[in-house]
Design a protein around this ligand. Structure first.
Ligand code: GLA
Length: 353
């Protein structure tokens, strides 16, 4: 029996930058997908999930069109088999059981974690060597095919390259990663707004195209190459360029232990995502305000936006009090039911021995 785990992620700062070759600062979190797999001899992949239910049965050779697979969670498996077949994996079948502690549809990359776990399981069982960067890229390609969403590479890279106690400064152009230690005095708090999110329904693809159009208009390969002056009059592009700069400044502040400054940068990032990039919601804004008023250093929406979660940076010894105050206020102003999770940075995906 092969057991693979792959963590979800939370992004501390740097959203809607990855698909423009930009910078971001995710960390892999102690919420993860586990896949238990065993080879079978008939060339089929048969998958079961304890949480979602239903059985997925597919030929292992990658010939199934992901869009035709029901139940829907099987689409990622079909897409992984397709992506790996194209890269040369032989069609060896396996049984697979899936379980997960990553909340679904919340912006914590439950689907990227799942896809990464399936890539590693399928590669190991197929005796197909893939380096870690190729695992992340194959998982990204598979996720794009399974969902039709043109996602960037942040989530898969975070799930693969996570490091305990560290955030990851990811350069989405070179794919270089620098692990940045998280101060022990600070806690990272994720709070779900209580409003689910489905990215396929969101304006994610529209925003991505708008960025591509802005880059083309400026004559640069991506907005990574644009200057603040060049994008001063274009709110979408302005967000991307200013967000890259905030990631760099945030990392400096984190290394210096200046958590107040980190918090202010998170606030500026949220404002830019809300006002310039327009991916926030009333619930996200209310939750960010509630956390900051309750004493967090800072808070911002995390991931794509349009619902899902916010991330806050809070003094370790004040976590419980800050969460209690923020949640009470959020409940009374919105009538929604938030869900808090204190997360810890963990190592990236791999085999559990
Ligand atoms: C989603 C995508 C990522 C990234 C974020 C926004 O999580 O999957 O690639 O674009 O949104 O930063």
């Amino acid at each position: 029996m092969l057991v693979i785990r792959a963590p979800g992620r939370v992004n501390l700062i740097g959203d809607h930058t990855d698909y423009q070759d930009g910078l971001c600062l995710p960390m892999a979190i102690d919420r993860e997908v586990e896949v238990r797999a065993r080879e079978r001899g008939d060339g089929l992949v048969v998958a079961r999930s304890d949480a979602i239910g239903g059985v997925v049965e597919l030929p292992a050779d990658g010939t199934t069109d992901p869009a035709s697979v029901e139940p829907r969670w099987g689409r990622s498996i079909a897409a992984v088999l397709q992506a790996l077949a194209e890269r040369g994996r032989s069609p060896i079948g396996f049984d697979m059981e899936v379980s997960s502690t990553v909340p679904l549809g919340s912006g914590l990359s439950s689907s990227a974690a799942f896809t990464v776990a399936v890539v590693i399981a399928a590669a190991e069982i197929g005796r197909f060597a893939l380096d870690r960067r190729s695992i992340a890229l194959a998982a990204q390609a598979a996720e794009q095919r399974a969902t039709g969403l043109p996602c960037g590479v942040m989530d898969q890279m975070a799930s693969v390259f996570g490091r305990a106690g560290h955030a990851l400064l990811l350069d989405c152009r070179s794919l270089d990663i620098e692990a940045v230690p998280l101060p022990e005095s600070a806690a990272v708090v994720v709070v779900h707004t209580g409003v689910p999110r489905r990215l396929e329904d969101s304006a994610y693809a529209e925003r991505r195209s708008a960025c591509e159009a802005a880059a083309a208009h400026l004559g640069v390969a991506t907005l990574r190459d644009a200057t603040p002056a060049q994008v001063a009059d274009d709110p979408f592009a302005r967000h991307v360029v200013s967000e890259n700069q905030r990631v760099v400044t945030f990392v400096d502040a984190l290394r210096a232990g200046d958590l107040d400054r980190c918090g202010r940068l998170m606030g500026a990032s949220h404002e830019s995502l809300r006002d310039d990039f327009r991916v926030s919601t009333h619930a996200l804004d209310a939750l960010v305000d509630a956390l900051v008023d309750a004493g967090a250093y800072g808070a911002r929406l995390t991931g794509a936006g349009f619902g899902g979660c916010v991330v806050g940076l809070v003094a370790g010894d004040a976590v419980d009090a800050v969460i209690a105050r923020a949640l009470a206020r959020y409940r009374s102003t919105t009538g929604l039911t938030p869900m808090p999770i204190v997360v810890h940075a963990v190592d990236g995906a791999g085999r559990v021995d």
